[in-house]
Design a binder for this molecule. Structure first.
Ligand SMILES: Nc1nc2c(ncn2[C@@H]2O[C@H](COP(=O)(O)OP(=O)(O)OP(=O)(O)O)[C@@H](O)[C@H]2O)c(=O)[nH]1
Length: 827
């Protein structure tokens, strides 16, 4: 970043950002009252002694320093309008500072360790922006009464309750509070935003009940005994599940036991279904990881990895704040008690080792960054890693049982109940909800039972409101929306309002939707295709011989014809006795319209509309983010198949189209810590390819074309896990083209970053490798997030230098390593 000191618009601004300062420079202090604004971010300041001399300061930026005690001299800066103190180590803010900052409008205190707000912050009458995210706050009460507060951010703190009065402030327009252990309102309500919170409080009665509910997910390999456990716990006695009765997709059931409501989600164990799990796996869950002890082999790392390690790693990446109970089944098939004991001990020890290794990797990574010459440059990454270490995945000791024995089922039942009611293990299962939430939930179930909502449970919002109106006279659209959103978030109903075609459709019986998913996403799809009856083929005017091609295309090219998809779904629906033609059309789709199920599978990045691979079209219009892309040719291709990339066998086609890598290609490496989650790369490329008209996809590589430029996305999972983004050197010649290539890379990285956010336990590091042949050095790209945030602007903030030199002395033009810096003349 350049240091721009001087006068701008008549203001005296001083820029001392990123200068490794430990104390305030004398040259700054000497300017005293002449200074209006000072930027001191990204230094190593622990104190700011002397700052009160700048008594006319209106803006002070002290972010990303090492300040531990709130600088008391700040209270002498009476003209202060904007104050930045984020990313320091502040623990407390003393009383008697804010009453002196009457003009303060903007205060950023995010990413510190503040546990309590001063009572007199209320005296900051003009405060309109306050960022308190990433602290340790337990109470926002001191903020009640701030008359002009507009934007308030309190994400990732320790808040259990929000003060009702805070939401009566009319000025508040933005409020974010994700990542808190909230009971009142529950996190599921807060996720809906300010309006939902306000509505919640308006419905809350003084005697609103507290409920205990837990989403319990049964995970583990196929045949481990998940369904047996799930069904046995539900019936409170052993239920035998036939060997060929494989769970397909996910089965859901609700069980109430001693005041705790369990929502049991039984996930199918086969690999094929894993690709849809992300849709349903939600945070703050209780996971029962089921392990067949009889087939578990001690001292066999592969056996541990398959049955336990794989699942723990993925839970850690996706929902690192969860509680996992290990349940070992099939003890009756083990030789003796000793075998069970030995296996239990080994599994518990290995899991503990995994957790320790995970933690020490992160600690090491953080230390490496902190020991760099200028750690403030890495503060974003350091904070990301800190955040990951703060998640505590709790893995509880293994309970070994024989699922066929009633006393074992009873013992497990008691153990689960005991675990869930333990406040140390589950601090947040208690939630306070307005009565009507439960009433509406119960009424929906009753409407289903009475047949007032069809058996499949698909109902429009208007119809549902009409039915419920008879029972609740005060219910209106807004209130119902709020309740439905909550029920969706806890998994009782499904409502994908973000998909335009499904905005008004509710799936009040999620298992029906899952049944439809599993007609397509299943391990034995080839058998299902082969079994399609002649009558069903006729309905779509399909020939018998098509089946063979569908099977071959699915196996070799991972594509499934839309016609086949429609027939499979129609068959399933008819088997379920659903003959309503309108509904069939809506759900299954037609030649011209996409059905609900396909929309959903695409929405969740399970598959992608497939387009024929055609040669590069040099006349194709450039794709520009946020603008509608127009084909250069008026003949628009109608897609007629879906691609399921997780089934792709190899990279042959991509390699053929891409050719050889060149050291001159623009090349970015996005590293993932601790690793790239299973299925991540395919979801990522699905998201990218849905934007571009021409692409080729392979097992772990994907080529996309943006106008005449080719980009390669490649997954590496050998040692360090990373995704490589390359732009072919021969396709970019001029500086303008290079800049366009960076614009496309920005879009790709933005999508990558968005997807990464779905895995709470994941963080990224970005490098540009040195372009000299054989050189292993790289350039670290620290402010790539800032670059992504600048969407819509053309200014790139990475360095002004024209050339970068790597440690081995190789020199490169900046714009080929990082986005082009603005010309000096532009600044
Ligand atoms: N003898 C014995 N059999 C068990 C035990 N637990 C489960 N089984 C049997 O093991 C088989 C597989 O159990 P499921 O409950 O279907 O396994 P799953 O984990 O749900 O399998 P997927 O549906 O493929 O994911 C069934 O035949 C069960 O009856 C046990 O403790 N002892």
């Amino acid at each position: 970043m350049p240091s721009v000191n001087g006068t701008r618009n008549g203001k005296n601004e001083e820029d001392f950002a990123g200068k490794k300062l430990r104390t305030l420079p004398t040259e700054l202090l000497q300017r005293g009252q002449d200074v209006d604004k000072v930027d001191l971010q990204r230094n190593r300041l622990k104190h700011v002694a002397g700052i009160s001399q700048l008594s006319n300061l209106t803006e002070l930026n002290l972010s990303r320093n090492e300040i531990t005690d709130f600088p008391s001299e700040i209270k002498d800066l009476h003209q202060l309008v904007r104050l930045y103190l984020s990313q320091n180590n502040l623990k407390t803010i003393p009383e008697d500072v804010f009453p002196f900052l009457e003009k303060l409008q903007f205060l950023k205190l995010s990413t510190n360790r503040i546990g309590k707000l001063p009572e007199d912050i209320i005296k900051c009458q003009n405060l309109s922006y306050l960022n308190l995210s990433n602290n340790c706050l337990t109470d926002l009460e001191p903020l009640v009464g701030l008359p002009h507060i507009k934007e308030l951010y309190a994400e990732r703190n320790q808040l259990a309750e929000l003060p009702y009065s805070l939401f009566q402030t009319k000025s508040l327009t933005q409020f974010k509070v994700n990542g808190n252990p909230l009971k009142k309102p529950p996190e599921e309500v807060c996720a809906g935003g300010l309006k939902d919170i306000q509505n919640y409080f308006s419905m809350l009665e003084s005697n609103s009940p507290s409920v205990h509910s837990v989403k319990t997910m049964f995970l583990g390999t196929s045949m481990a005994g998940k369904s047996t456990l799930c069904r046995s716990l539900k019936q409170a006695c052993p239920v035998s599940v036939a060997e060929d009765d494989r769970t397909v997709g996910i089965e859901i059931s609700e069980v109430e036991s001693d005041g705790v409501r369990f929502y049991f989600w039984d996930f199918a164990g086969q690999e094929e279904y894993y690709n849809t799990h992300h849709v349903f796996i939600t945070a703050e869950a209780f996971v029962i990881l089921t392990i067949d002890l009889s087939s578990y082999q001690t001292e066999n790392p592969q056996s541990f990895d398959e049955k336990v390690g794989f699942w723990i790693r993925n839970i850690h990446l996706k929902i690192p704040g969860s509680v996992v109970l290990l349940v070992g089944t099939h003890v009756d098939q083990c030789t003796d008690e000793n075998e069970v004991k030995e296996k239990k001990k080994e599994i518990e020890e290995n899991v503990e080792k995994m957790l320790q290794t995970h933690k020490s990797h992160l600690d090491q990574q953080r230390r490496n960054l902190q020991n760099k010459d200028n750690p403030s440059l890495y503060s974003d990454q350091i904070n990301q890693i800190k955040r990951l270490t703060e998640y505590k995945l709790k893995v509880l000791d293994l309970v070994a049982i024989d699922c066929t024995k009633p006393q074992d089922i009873c013992r497990l039942h008691d153990h689960i109940k005991h675990t869930v009611l333990n406040k140390d293990t589950f601090p947040n299962i208690e939630q306070t909800l307005p009565k009507c939430y439960h009433e509406v939930e119960a009424d929906i179930q009753e409407l289903l039972r009475n047949g007032d909502i069809s058996e499949h449970g698909i109902v429009t919002q208007d119809d549902l409101l009409r039915e419920l109106k008879n029972r609740h006279d005060t219910l209106n659209h807004d209130k119902l929306k709020l309740i439905l959103q909550y029920l969706h978030r806890i998994g009782v109903i499904m409502w994908y309002k973000e998909i335009p075609a499904l905005k008004n459709s509710l799936f009040v019986k999620p298992s029906f939707l899952i049944t439809l998913f599993k007609t397509i996403v299943r391990h034995d799809l080839d058998k299902e295709l082969a079994a399609i009856s002649p009558a069903m083929l006729k309905l779509e005017n399909a020939l018998q011989k098509y089946k063979e091609r569908w099977i071959r295309d699915y196996k070799d090219r991972a594509t499934l014809s839309n016609m086949a998809i429609r027939i499979l779904m129609r068959t399933e629906l008819l088997n379920l006795g659903i003959t309503d033609q309108e509904l069939l059309k809506e759900v299954v789709g037609s030649k011209t319209t996409e059905g609900h199920v396909l929309s959903l599978l695409k929405h969740f990045d399970v598959c992608l509309t497939s387009k024929p691979s055609c040669p590069l079209n040099p006349h194709a219009n450039e794709f520009v983010p946020k603008k509608t892309w127009k084909p250069s040719n008026s003949i628009v291709y109608e897609p007629d198949a879906c691609l399921f990339p997780s089934n792709l066998p190899d990279n042959t086609q991509v390699e053929k189209m891409w050719g050889q890598d060149s050291t001159e290609d623009i090349n970015i490496h996005v590293y993932f810590l601790p690793e790239i989650p299973h299925g991540f790369f395919h979801r990522f490329v699905i998201r990218i390819c849905s934007w571009y008209s021409a692409y080729w996809m392979g097992k772990d590589q994907c080529l996309i074309c943006c106008g005449s430029k080719r980009f390669l996305l490649r997954e590496h999972c050998d040692e360090d896990h990373f995704i490589e983004i390359r732009c072919k050197d021969s396709d970019i010649k001029t500086s303008a083209e290079i800049q366009k290539a960076w614009e496309a890379i920005r879009l790709i990285m933005d999508r990558l970053d968005n997807l990464t956010m779905q895995w709470q336990g994941l963080c990224q590091i970005v490098h540009s490798p040195c372009r000299d042949p054989g050189c292993s050095d790289y350039f670290e790209w620290n402010d790539w997030k800032e670059w992504l945030d600048e969407s819509g602007t053309n200014e790139f903030s990475v360095g002004l230098e024209e050339k970068y030199v790597c440690r081995n002395g190789h020199q490169r033009r900046t714009e080929l390593l990082f986005p082009r810096a603005p010309d000096v003349a532009d600044t």
